[in-house]
Design a protein around this ligand. Sequence first.
Ligand SMILES: [Zn+2]
Ligand SMILES: [Zn+2]
Length: 434
Amino acid sequence: MNKQAMKEKLCAAIDARRDDIIAIGTKIFEKPELGYKEHYASSLVQQVFADLGLEYRSEIAITGVRAEMKGRESKAKVAVLGELDAVVCPEHPHADPQTGAAHSCGHNVQVAAMLGVAMALKDTGLMAELDGDVAFMAVPAEEFVELEYRNKLRNEGKIKFLGGKQEFIALGEFDDIDVTMMFHSSNSEKKIGIGGTSNGFIGKLIRYIGKEAHAGGAPHLGVNALNAAMLGLMGIHAQRETFRDSDHIRVHPIITKGGDLVNIVPADVRMETYVRGAEMDAIIDASKKVDRALRAGAEAVGAEVEIVQLPGYLPRYNAEALNDIFYQNAVALVGEDEVARGGHGSGSSDIGDVSALMPTIHPYVGGISGRGHASDYAIADPELAYIVPTKLMAMSLVDLLADGAAGVAGCQADFEPVYTKESYLQMWEELLNS
Ligand SMILES: [Zn+2]
Ligand SMILES: [Zn+2]
């Protein structure tokens, strides 16, 4: 069968599965869970894999799941990813009342589309025409949140990294993968955006330690850790004019604990922050300035400060041959006028880490209204949000794995990895201990 015929067959199978795909996304949307706690979404993925007759492994990086489909030959292996976790957005109408979690980053759509690709390949029997394998990975914890909780998991030895894909890398789940694909949903003007870059970052957990005292009766006996934190924040603001526009630096701390009781001088104040940027060198430079500012706040009032450096995410790297494959299929699906290429987003994702190791693609696909990570985030166009990306990934799998997996070979020839797995793990270790 030629590639065009295979693509048409897959797209017809995806149309036939439209209701199943959207139903999975809706179920996950209605039961949002935060990273490394996505037990419901994980069990749903396992159920679909079981229904499709696919063997799978679960509890990878706590909640992750992986299944595989074999081609007629195994000349290459492509991973299709979907993220399991939600973000915190208590004002969202579908937020979990207990945790405040809500799917206002659209990861539910990713999981549904990943499973949609598996359904289409199974329903059509087309793996028998492809010369490589496909790995389906439901990955936990893309949103880098609840730093204190995850750092505790880290100290307990349950995870090494705060991001699920990083953890999959460390666990060896990407060792046998040649090319990785996934997408994020978006509300941008054009329907599909391909080949953009994004910021990387370092995370920080900050704790100011002062001395408690009666806030009214004897504040002179205390050391006010909240004042230390405020001065630390002011110090960070004073660095901003030194950040170059081209580095896209973003520093956005929050205070997660501001004191214990209003009539006690705050002695334990905690903050979390990211230091983001477009290149690691710029991130490291900004990170040193932020640490200096934080320490100066403590120095000013005689408090102490503890700064825990956490492995954040890498900037996103592009593989142009892979972008070209997706671009052609995107144009076939939505027309040239609706496909954007390039651009820089100052957000971050752990797909950046995967993209430093192998050809990886992470397009943005529309269908969303409202703001990302906000209460008005909604799926406005289910066809565009769910069905178009499912078809885009399925069609691109044909280009990658048909004809002796020539597409994968082309992507590899075009791509220079930034790190090997070993040098990647070593880089984070050195950075965090520096
Ligand atoms: Zn997000
Ligand atoms: Zn996201």
